[in-house]
Design a protein around this ligand. Structure first.
Ligand code: RFL
Ligand code: PHB
Length: 398
């Protein structure tokens, strides 16, 4: 059995954990990250692609802004497709100059991992049997097994950054936590391919009578596309040819014709879910990112919410250790949840507007078309879409 000590034990080396580690290190606060998977496995997960300005600013603050500055693509608009027709929403014009940046979660993770390596920061990968103890006392511990040896890490605080299926939220007594959840009756089939994106200046969100489709990108030579599919579908049901044929049918004719196809380099199906756990603090344990909340990917808020949680949490911990003030940690949960619920609302609204629901043929479909018509002709509703898409400010009245 080996014993060690740090100030903050971070569970999970996804974007939340890595970003929190970088910000704490910069402020001179010791931490260790404990991750269940190997570095290669963490990097193999293809997920988010769109960063709000708040998230880009945070990457710069954490000292890893060069990657996104050099490799990111700035978007000034969104393309909405419905009834086979394309309608641009001029996001930048509607938000006094704000933009989003297309830059992959894989790249964000890679940039943060490289920085940790360079700085010699402590990350325990492939940790087994991770468990959390005594976080309702002043001396919490994290236990884990690495290469057959048991370890106890003593700390002042634990940050649960271990995603939706992690151990942190599951360690909280049931009566101390309230969970809110909505599961959607479909999934997204995603394909990554080394072909130029059909739209490199804007994400395309398509509502079609065959279901939702999305065209995104990772670079000028790498595309990320999705189609709505039944939850019962398996990746093996979808040959590349079937995927490209289906995607084309859900877009407007011009885009369908311009679409360049190629062999997929990744293909996966993700279920869609809205989920929030309240509160986000339990004594000396804090939850951040997907460990505390999930949004359906429509609107691209998941990674961005993880980043804003980490901004609030790192500021609170820095205030605690460097200014001896508990005000930030006492307000963390309330502050983070105010922004979480607004992003939950936006993601739920856009998901509901853009997808085919099994029970909403006829009237439901007409309501979607009427709302989309209203949206593209109304400055008020377009502005609401745009200001949520670029991301709400970090500080707003709640
Ligand atoms: P992660 O990325 O799940 O990382 C958690 C880490 O914790 C580890 N872990 C454990 N470690 C130790 N002990 C345990 N017991 C552990 N259990 C788990 C895991 O191995 C993992 O490494 O959570 P994090 O860091 O909070 O980051 C959240 C984001 O990954 C997520 O919100 C986004 O990917 C969501 N998302 C999107 N967000 C956006 O902002 N923009 C997008 O465009 C966007 N597109 C998407 C998405 C998510 C998708 N899927 C697959 C759910 C598109 C898709 C298809
Ligand atoms: C992506 O690039 O993976 C992506 C973009 C926009 C979304 C969801 C996912 O709304």
């Amino acid at each position: 059995m080996s014993n060690s000590r740090t100030q903050v034990a971070i569970i999970g080396a996804g974007p939340s954990g890595l970003l929190l580690g970088a910000l704490l290190h910069k402020a001179g606060i010791e931490h260790v990250i404990i991750e269940r998977q190997s570095p290669d496995y963490v990097l193999s997960r293809i997920r988010a692609g769109i960063l709000e300005q708040v998230s880009v600013d945070l990457l710069h603050e954490a000292g890893v802004g060069d990657g996104v500055s050099q490799g990111g693509t700035i978007h000034h608009s969104i393309e909405l497709v419905f009834k086979n027709t394309r309608h641009p929403i001029e996001v930048t014009k509607l938000t006094d100059g704000k933009v989003v940046t297309a830059y992959g979660q894989t790249e964000v993770t890679h940039d943060l991992m490289k920085q940790r390596q360079r700085l010699g920061l402590d990350t325990v990968y492939s940790a087994a049997d991770v468990s959390l103890h005594d976080f309702d006392s002043a001396s919490p511990q994290v236990r884990y097994v690495k290469d057959g040896v048991s370890h106890v890490l003593h700390c002042d605080f634990i940050a649960g950054c271990d995603g939706f299926h992690g151990v942190a939220r599951a360690s909280v007594p049931k009566e101390a936590i309230t969970e809110y959840e909505k599961v959607y009756p479909f999934g997204w089939l995603g394909v990554l391919a080394d072909v130029p994106p059909v739209s490199s200046h804007a994400i395309v969100y398509a509502n079609s009578d065959r279901g939702f489709a999305l065209c995104s990108m990772r670079s000028m030579t790498r595309s990320r596309y999705y189609v709505q599919c039944p939850l019962s579908d398996k990746v093996e049901d979808w040959s590349d040819q079937r995927f490209w044929d289906e995607l084309r049918k859900r877009l407007d004719p011009d885009m369908a014709e311009r679409m360049i196809t190629g062999a997929s380099i990744e293909k996966s199906i993700a279920p869609l879910r809205s989920f929030v756990a309240e509160p986000m603090r339990f004594g000396r344990l804090f939850l951040a990112g997907d460990a505390a909340h999930i949004v359906p990917p429509t609107g691209a808020k998941g990674l961005n919410l993880a980043a804003s949680d980490v901004k609030y949490l790192s500021s609170a911990l820095i205030e605690y250790f460097n200014e001896r003030s508990p005000v930030g940690i006492d307000h963390y949960s309330q502050r983070a949840l105010a922004r979480v619920w607004r992003a939950e609302r936006f993601s739920w609204w856009l998901t509901t507007l853009m997808h085919r629901f099994p029970d909403s043929a006829g009237f439901g479909q007409k309501m979607q078309e009427a709302e989309l018509d209203y949206l593209v002709h109304s400055q008020a509703l377009s502005t609401s879409l745009a200001e949520n898409y670029v991301g709400l400010p970090l500080n707003f009245a709640s």
